[in-house]
Design a binder for this molecule. Structure first.
Ligand SMILES: [Ca+2]
Ligand SMILES: [Ca+2]
Length: 364
């Protein structure tokens, strides 16, 4: 009874096929035929095809035909006699009789011969012959990048950085022996103080800028360079296939700290010309001071009874982060004032106790 039902089902299918196609009552036994298999540059910037050599993501293009229609094309790669489906077979795209697979060859080994083939399958499950449709390709050997050129590394080895305490710009030029096509490099920066052993990776994957120096700034360390300290750095270059090379280790030094100069350019100016007493009873004081190392500077502000530091100086504000202060006034009269700068290493101008003198303004 079961057998009879199965036969009936097959008959129904046959009748349906006849009805739909108008063909004679027989099953499709004709397999598809692969007309061609070719490999082309996919347009990806790392792709490269030259004769039997390939790199990067390449397009494997199959043209297949069938008496009824090709349902799908599957791709296989073979290296050691065992055919394996390629990864991402489900990403094959179809345009009429043309099937395209984007082959990611960056994951394959260098200098090995790989063979790719395809089979076409029709609706009835007939599979094409693969034996004549193989394309042999050798992946081009990839060499690691050249070490970053020591002559291009800035600051130069053993440089003394005495004019910029907070920021040092590192710069270098890298290259790779593989030029077909040219390879984009990326870099890791290793940086540390005191000893080469203290270097740690500060940044990674810095993209290569074509035909320019690549740069990285120590400002990202959020730490000022410490006086009388050696800093070490090196650059690791990496190509798109994961090969890498490190540069020589370079050193630069921040020398002894320089003290900030005495503050200058007072406002109000240091003159005997009187100023009208401000009705709000307050006055804005400002001045200028640049640390020679570009260290950050804070200020203590003094008022005194006379122009010298012996005239009973009184501290009226401290740890001022900006070169200005709004001061309450006691009334008309002569005011003696002066800020004393201090850099973030605790250095202050020489002889602040004796000279220069305090500034003066007169309010009427
Ligand atoms: Ca390379
Ligand atoms: Ca300083």
């Amino acid at each position: 009874m079961k057998k009879a039902s199965k036969v009936l089902s097959i008959l129904t299918t046959v009748v349906l096929v006849v009805g739909l196609t108008g063909l004679e009552c027989k099953t499709d036994t004709e397999p598809p035929v692969i007309q061609s298999i070719t490999i082309e540059d996919s347009g990806n910037y790392r792709a490269y095809v030259d004769g039997d050599s390939i790199k990067g993501i390449v397009s494997v293009i199959v043209n297949a035909s069938d008496n009824i229609g090709v349902k799908e094309v599957k791709f296989f790669v073979n290296q050691l006699e065992n055919w394996e489906p390629v990864p991402g077979s489900d990403s094959v795209t179809q345009q009429e009789d043309e099937f395209t697979y984007h082959w990611q060859t960056t994951l394959l080994e260098d200098s090995l011969e790989y063979t790719i083939c395809a089979v076409a399958i029709d609706e009835a499950g007939n599979v094409s012959d693969t034996s004549e449709k193989l394309t042999r390709l050798v992946r081009i050997p990839n060499l690691p990048p050249y070490p970053v050129c020591s002559d291009s590394m800035r600051p130069a080895d053993d440089a003394v950085i005495d004019d910029s305490a907070a920021v040092v710009l590192l710069a270098w030029w890298g290259s790779d022996p593989d030029t077909l096509p040219p390879q984009e490099l990326e870099y890791d920066v290793f940086f540390g103080k005191g000893s080469p052993n203290n270097m740690v990776k500060m940044d990674s994957g810095i993209a290569h800028k074509q035909d320019t120096l690549t740069t990285w700034s120590t400002i990202f360390t959020e730490e000022h360079l410490v006086p009388e300290t050696d800093y070490y750095w090196m650059i690791l270059s990496r190509d798109p296939y994961g090969q890498d090379t490190v540069s020589d280790t370079f050193k630069f030094t921040r020398p002894e700290n320089k003290q900030p100069p005495a503050a200058s350019s007072p406002d109000p100016p240091d003159t005997i010309a009187p100023i009208v007493y401000p009705s709000e009873g307050e006055i804005s004081l400002s001045w200028n001071c640049q640390d020679p190392d570009h260290d950050s500077v804070s200020y203590r502000l003094y008022l005194a009874d006379g122009p010298t530091w012996e005239d009973n100086p009184q501290l009226i504000a401290e740890d001022l982060k900006t070169a200005s202060y709004r001061m309450e006034l006691d009334g008309p009269g002569t005011y003696y004032w002066r800020p004393v700068p201090e850099d973030n290493w605790g250095a202050t101008p020489d002889s602040t106790a004796s000279s220069p003198q305090l500034w003066m303004f007169i309010l009427e």
